[in-house]
Design a protein around this ligand. Sequence first.
Ligand SMILES: NC(=O)c1ccc[n+]([C@@H]2O[C@H](COP(=O)([O-])OP(=O)(O)OC[C@H]3O[C@@H](n4cnc5c(N)ncnc54)[C@H](OP(=O)(O)O)[C@@H]3O)[C@@H](O)[C@H]2O)c1
Length: 345
Amino acid sequence: MPSFPTTQHRSMSHPIPESFKAFRIHNDDDGYRAGIETVTLDDLSEGDVTIQGHWSSVNYKDALAGTGKGKIANVFPITGGIDVSGVVVASQNGRFAVGDEVLVTGCRQSQKRDGGYSEYLNVESDSLVALPDGLSLREAMAIGTAGFSAALGLYRMEANGQRPDMGPVVVTGATGGVGSFAVDIFTAAGYEVHAITGKVDEFDYLESLGAKQCISRHDLHWGQKPLETARWAGAFDNVGGDMLNGLTRVVGEYGNIVSCGLAGGFGLNTTVMPFILRGVSLLGVSSENCPQDLRATLWQRLASEWKPPHLDSICTREIAMDGLMDTFESMLTGRSFGRTVVKLN
Ligand SMILES: NC(=O)c1ccc[n+]([C@@H]2O[C@H](COP(=O)([O-])OP(=O)(O)OC[C@H]3O[C@@H](n4cnc5c(N)ncnc54)[C@H](OP(=O)(O)O)[C@@H]3O)[C@@H](O)[C@H]2O)c1
């Protein structure tokens, strides 16, 4: 257990205010509620590095945690926000020095540890990634868990043999944060990308990111057979449920399907036929607990060859912590679009 930096240690390295703002979530006899509060560092989870938060972002999981519509947090009260980027203001770890620019995505933030919607926070150095050259602190959070998950999915597919010359890859939930980055990054990596969306009025947006074909999810007819005519060489799914079931039946031989999300349901009702007759692979993506060495590798790629070419078109909204609740509501009703960054300081 790392020792907690003393107040004296912190003040020697950087003037950290006695109290500051954080977006706190409570679940007690007075009910489930969340909002901005004044806290001190001693109110928050311990860690061997203290950072000043500069930017965070809004992910689907943040919306579930902030509204209580999904069971994300295991301890209360807790600070929301699974992502954060910022600058080290105190460190008891030799790998990180005061002034270093760093980021954390996932790693139990807003689940078991106080998260990133905070002007200052303690983090465990094991979860920290040094900001790679080629990304600003704001860009890192515009990408955040969403872009990281898209990159992790691409990495897993390619490690399992996916190649652009096998044919087109389809992305579902395409206008969401993860979906937008998947369309953008897979296109940049040389794939022909098709996009399935519930928002027919956003076909132009998806085409601007590189989608070669856009399909309304309301017009999908998967057929009834365990295997239907193969339509795609691979798939990146943010939706789950019937969508994922359908995809397993229409991905071609030795294609890979990444299961990333559950925006449409957490069930999966399919047969073994795609796996034993077509050699299809179903690959999981868990950005939360991705091994740290792979995490650092993927952030390097996100800062270079996989840097989303249309980052500015995907991340068009910037809010402060007081805009979080409205953004959560719009996300959970499927109205959200692209990415939102949260300015913390
Ligand atoms: N495994 C991981 O590590 C990981 C990491 C990040 C996120 N996720 C999951 O991935 C999913 C997407 O996350 P996100 O942050 O991109 O969320 P988001 O921005 O809200 O995007 C979700 C998208 O899914 C589609 N959608 C929403 N409700 C739907 C419904 N009822 N049926 C079918 N499609 C629906 C919408 O896209 P269209 O309107 O374009 O169809 C929506 O924009 C979430 O389920 C999230 O929990 C998983």
